[in-house]
Design a protein around this ligand. Sequence first.
Ligand code: PLP
Length: 257
Amino acid sequence: MKTALTIAGSDSGGGAGIQADIKTFSSLGVFGMSVITAVTAQNTTEVKSVQMIDSQMIRDQISAIFNDIPVDAVKIGMLGTEENVTVVAKELITYHPQHIILDPVMISKGGHHLLQQNAIEALKEKLLPIVTLITPNIPEAECLTDSRICTIEDMYHACLKLKELGAKNVLLKGGHLEGDPNDLFFDGNQFTWLYGKRIHTKNVHGTGCTLSSAIAAFIAQEETLLSAVKKAKDYITVAIEHSLEIGNGHGPTNHFF
Ligand code: PLP
């Protein structure tokens, strides 16, 4: 059986983070493993508090896995602190997994900061150049490239800027712009649009986590990167169409439709 590892934060409400990642892996038929970087006290309405896991414990989780189990793909989500970014980059350089998908998680939909300000530079310098693919949404790409993204033209420019920063492949998610959620994939040479139709639901908690995990799951199963990205986009679209009315806030996507 193929395997995938998520390095991310726990969401007690079960809709995002590690919990969404493991559900995605299971639904797509890969064996899921996790390195927990932070514990959030969270539900569908808010992130109440966050406790970081110390970097030695993160290092131990990573080495425990890599010293025993083959890892076909890695997905990185919430890292929280500069120290955590640094330790994860260092360990991934040591163990050198073939495929790493980086979801540069920064702020929750409710506005809670999930990545400290001083960790952003470390993410750009240490992690971005060593991953296979980065999957920013519009606000994350604006932060990483220090630019405003309002138009299709801006999306092209942001991809090129991310390449200058060392990114090998970029999936820039367009869902924060008006209209349909069209995403732009850039492999460093060629651009490919992935077109979507806007689904009108408030239950979109954990969509970014689910998409990046689905890409990891498909790439673990030996799809090409572009094919994995396309299949993952189809998967998240159906998962949102079947999203769940759970809790009083933003309900989760449904992984088992
Ligand atoms: N909590 C954790 C632990 C996460 O990793 C994420 C994901 O990006 C979120 C919350 C944010 O989820 P959303 O913005 O989809 O509500």
